[in-house]
Write a protein that binds this ligand. Structure first.
Ligand SMILES: Nc1ncnc2c1ncn2[C@@H]1O[C@H](COP(=O)(O)OP(=O)(O)O)[C@@H](O)[C@H]1O
Ligand SMILES: [Mg+2]
Length: 264
């Protein structure tokens, strides 16, 4: 067994023996992973390894062939839609490329999920909530702008403000720093850490970026060949004996020979 199951004493999410194929392609081949409450878990793995597919199972956007994702014991995969919708409200999600609604102002982007949730807020309450979320991610005086007027970093922040609009307990980030230069990667990492600490949430960050791992992770889980290959602290990852791990850290492409050797 990997170290994942033993690592978390109070997991908020338990992923058990998750399998998913698309046609003949087996993507997830028995993923087991516990997500500890209140921590930052970074899931790494090569491009195309199935990280986004795994994330979509966590929020119930994809149904597995077998296995389960439990949120405090309730199935995200097999519960009735009504129950899954209720569970889903506990998540905030920053999708890959963090798309904003281009034609809407920053204010309306952040207000969108609040309006959708029909909380019956008065206009002033809605406004307070939106401006509070923008302030939390370090933005002020930009609420009337549209996304095209913002820098890439500001857009990420707006996307995060929108993701936390409904006070989620768990925030999922899919490749939040892909395509950014190291300075901006650092800024986004700081933003994730700031959110993690001030909002007291559980964070799950998908990344193929080692800088993120060493800057923000409490635990790092590596997806490889459809399974969690290791789940350890960043310090343990650095010195991990697995060649798969060391190749990934060094940014070396994995040869099929050494991959086969390690999984066989
Ligand atoms: N809805 C889908 N239908 C068919 N194949 C898919 C679908 N979603 C993902 N895949 C395939 O699953 C594999 C893993 O994809 P993904 O999870 O996006 O990788 P990554 O680790 O880069 O996030 C890829 O080969 C992708 O083409
Ligand atoms: Mg992906």
């Amino acid at each position: 067994m990997n170290e994942a199951a033993q690592g978390a004493s109070d997991p908020i999410i338990s992923i058990t023996d998750l399998h998913k194929s698309f046609g003949p392609h087996s993507i997830l081949k028995g993923v087991d992973l516990d997500i500890p409450r209140g921590e930052v878990t970074v899931i790494i793995g090569r491009s195309g390894e199935g990280k986004s597919v795994l994330l979509k199972h966590i929020i119930g956007l994809l149904t597995p062939d077998s296995g389960d994702v439990l949120l405090e014991g309730t199935s995200m995969c097999w519960s009735p839609p009504r129950v899954r919708r209720r569970l889903l409200r506990r998540f905030g999600m920053l999708f890959q490329n963090g798309a904003l609604f281009d034609s809407m102002t920053v204010f309306d982007n952040v207000a969108f999920p609040i309006r959708e949730a029909r909380l019956g807020l008065r206009k002033g309450e809605l406004r307070d909530r939106v401006l509070e979320k923008l302030a939390l991610v370090g933005l002020s005086d930009i609420d009337k702008k549209i996304p095209a007027e913002l820098s890439g970093g500001q857009r990420k922040r707006v996307a995060l403000a929108r993701a936390i609009a409904l006070d989620p307990e768990i925030i999922l980030y899919d490749e939040p720093t892909t395509g950014l230069d190291p300075v901006r990667v650092h800024a986004v990492d700081e933003m994730i850490l700031h959110a993690a600490h001030t909002l007291n949430v559980t964070s799950i960050v998908i990344s193929h970026d080692m800088q993120a791992v060493f800057e923000i992770a409490d635990r790092v889980a590596m997806l490889f060949d459809g399974k969690i290959h290791v789940c350890v602290t960043p310090a343990e990852l650095r010195v991990h004996p697995s060649e798969v791990v060391q190749s990934f850290i060094a940014g070396r492409p994995m040869s099929d020979a050494s991959a086969g050797q390690l999984t066989g």
